[in-house]
Design a protein around this ligand. Structure first.
Ligand code: SF4
Length: 218
């Protein structure tokens, strides 16, 4: 038995929780796809709080795709000294170059165009469309994998769960028709603060009544 029939209750609870517990970050609610793009590259495998100073410095120095495309790679890499994973400097520059050349420096707002850009996968693509352009697209990252695997007892047959089309289908099903921007931010915060990787806060979790992991729904 699955608990998919509880999706409306679950989304409502998550949104209600978010209204009181949202985290504030400088890349949220900017409606600027460029800032969303930069933040998502910086957030790869790095804690959000750690990314803030680097994000602010990069945005100040390179306020547009075209300026990032023209950046000196060694200078750009210096901004990564605090957060590591220097390959992301190349990634930022290469993606910006492609957008600059093929899309006149404007981040595409069509999914098929975004996915043509080397280095933009499904997660970053949908984040830009949802957070940057306000369109209704679901997101799936490691946090969402963890939350939905537990909450909905989702079991993947794929090696790489993050790319499992069935999980993306589930995420689309769960995404509300309205308030989807808040909802996508909410599941990221909920997974980070409540449904944590090592120590999920099940006793205080507002979803514990519906959770497959806790109630052993299979
Ligand atoms: S009850 Fe526990 S496992 Fe289930 S969603 Fe809440 S925190 Fe996660």
């Amino acid at each position: 038995m699955s608990n998919y029939n509880k999706i409306p209750e679950v989304t409502e609870i998550i949104l209600k929780w978010y209204s009181k517990n949202s985290r504030e970050f400088p890349w949220r609610y900017t409606s600027d796809p460029y800032k969303v793009f930069v933040s998502e590259i910086l957030l790869q495998r790095t804690l959000a709080a750690k990314v803030i100073p680097t994000f602010l410095k990069i945005i100040k120095k390179y306020p547009s795709v075209n300026e990032l495309a023209k950046s000196d790679i060694n200078e750009l890499k210096k901004y990564f000294e605090d957060i590591g994973l220097f390959y992301r400097a190349e990634l930022l520059k290469n993606i910006s170059k492609q957008i600059s050349i093929e899309f006149n420096g404007k981040i595409p707002e069509k999914r098929e165009d975004l996915r043509k850009i080397k280095g933009i996968g499904d997660y970053i693509c949908n984040s830009i469309l949802c957070f940057g352009y306000g369109k209704r697209y679901q997101i799936v990252d490691t946090n969402v994998v963890r939350l939905y695997s537990r909450l909905f007892s989702f079991v993947s047959t794929k090696k790489d769960i993050e790319r499992d089309p069935k999980l993306w289908e589930l995420a689309e099903l769960v995404l509300p028709e309205k308030n989807y921007v808040n909802y996508n931010y909410a599941i990221l915060d909920f997974a980070a603060l409540i449904c944590k990787s090592k120590h999920p806060q099940c006793s205080e979790c507002p979803l514990n009544k519906y959770c497959g992991y806790l109630n052993k729904i299979t």
